[in-house]
Design a protein around this ligand. Structure first.
Ligand SMILES: C[S@@+](CC[C@H](N)C(=O)[O-])C[C@H]1O[C@@H](n2cnc3c(N)ncnc32)[C@H](O)[C@@H]1O
Length: 375
């Protein structure tokens, strides 16, 4: 569907659904319901098809089989002849658009009967552009050389969101932390979709264009925390100033959430950012983040997925094999979990968890921990 609400969909029967995931997508604002079958089977097969679309000149499309209000259709998501994403959200840079992908993943999760969380805003935030990006990632899964889509993107994303939901609820309810800093916030909607204790101040840091896009899309929604947005570049010189100006109190404990960011930053930038966060955090403050290991940046079965991120201009450039050590050098004592570990499984991780001592395996880590007292 285009931004104007036209249908690009073509009738196509859904066949062979069998073991496939089928998800219902509530499209906020239009009152319609899509059920998308992204066709990721238990074996990680990918059923998305590339079809020549002569009517759109040089454009090709990836077709995702969908049911729209009970009728079966395929929605075609436009790609250029080079397989690039059509610039359907031209106001955003490649880096900012990764937030649309994450929103599309959350919309897909929301539609599953066995969902780990519900994000009623995600589909509206993702829009057509988010689905196009998700289709590209799904197609990369189809091109991979062996094994599952890595790191099992939909499951990883669902687990990450739920893991951090639970963790933030614990820290605010049981540890009394009343400042949450989402850095970067992207199109995350925790401040809207979850209840937070009275007095919780919620800071969303992201780049100005992305926050503007989010503000417009969420204009009708009411946050359930005292929301403060901070338009800033986390690698720039002065985000601390903007954060403080928005009401952040560096003398009170805070929890920082670095979700979906660190692999886009070179290692020295990761260290600088963590050190700067530590410097403006009070004793008793916490941090949580996700990151990949170094093998995930090079292994051959990661290449198709990595190539998509490169095409978008958002390559994954860093990872850590010892996240505890990395965070320790920046002032934090953290625990690292892999999806599938206790507390990070939720009955959803499809693969065996490769023990940390086994070298060469691709990994993603969820880390969380506390600011260390100065030594
Ligand atoms: C994959 S999204 C994840 C965002 C969010 N945590 C979520 O789960 O939706 C990555 C986000 O990082 C933001 N971002 C990347 N580099 C940034 C930087 N240097 N400063 C601020 N935001 C940045 C992008 O604008 C985008 O919104």
């Amino acid at each position: 569907m285009t931004a104007q609400g036209e249908h690009r969909a073509a009738e196509r029967p859904l066949t062979g659904r069998g073991a496939h995931l089928a998800v219902e997508l509530p499209l906020t604002g239009r009152g319609e319901h899509l059920a998308v079958d992204p066709s990721l089977t238990g074996q990680g097969e990918q059923r998305a098809v590339e079809s020549p679309l002569t009517a759109r000149g040089e454009h090709r499309a990836i077709g995702l089989p969908l049911t729209v209000q009970g009728a079966q259709r395929a929605v075609e998501l436009p790609l250029t002849a080079q397989g690039e994403r059509t610039p359907v959200e031209p106001s955003l840079t490649g880096l900012e658009r990764t937030a649309l992908l994450t929103a599309a993943l959350r919309a897909a999760e929301t539609s599953r009967p066995d969902r780990l969380y519900t994000d009623p805003y995600a589909a509206g935030l993702a829009g057509e552009a988010g689905w196009a990006l998700l289709a590209e990632v799904a197609a990369a899964g189809r091109r991979r050389t062996a094994g599952r889509d890595v790191p099992s993107t939909p499951d990883f994303n669902a687990i990450r969101t739920r893991f951090l939901d639970d963790h933030l609820r614990r820290l605010t309810r049981e540890q009394g932390i009343r400042q949450v800093v989402s850095a970067p916030a992207g199109l995350d909607t925790r401040a809207w979709r979850l209840r937070w204790p009275d007095g919780t101040r919620w800071f969303e840091i992201d780049r100005p264009a992305l926050l503007d896009h989010k503000r417009r899309r969420l204009a009708e929604a009411t946050p359930r925390a005292d929301l403060r947005t901070v338009a800033a570049d986390l690698t720039g010189p002065d985000w601390e100033q903007s954060l403080h100006a928005s009401g952040y109190d560096p003398t009170r404990p805070s929890v920082w959430v670095l979700e979906g960011l660190l692999y886009y930053l070179p290692e020295d930038a990761v260290r600088r950012l963590l050190t700067r966060i530590a410097a403006c955090s009070a004793p008793g403050s916490e941090i949580a983040a996700d990151l990949v290991n170094t093998a995930a940046l090079t292994l051959s079965d990661m290449r198709p997925l990595l190539a998509v991120f490169e095409e978008w201009g958002t390559p994954w450039v860093s990872g850590s094999d010892e996240p505890e050590h990395l965070f320790d050098t920046c002032g934090y004592t953290v625990t690292a979990r892999q999806p599938g570990d206790e507390e990070a499984d939720f009955g959803r991780w499809p693969d065996p968890v490769v023990p940390r001592e086994v070298p060469g395996a691709r990994r993603v880590f969820f880390v969380h921990g506390s600011l260390r007292a100065p030594r």
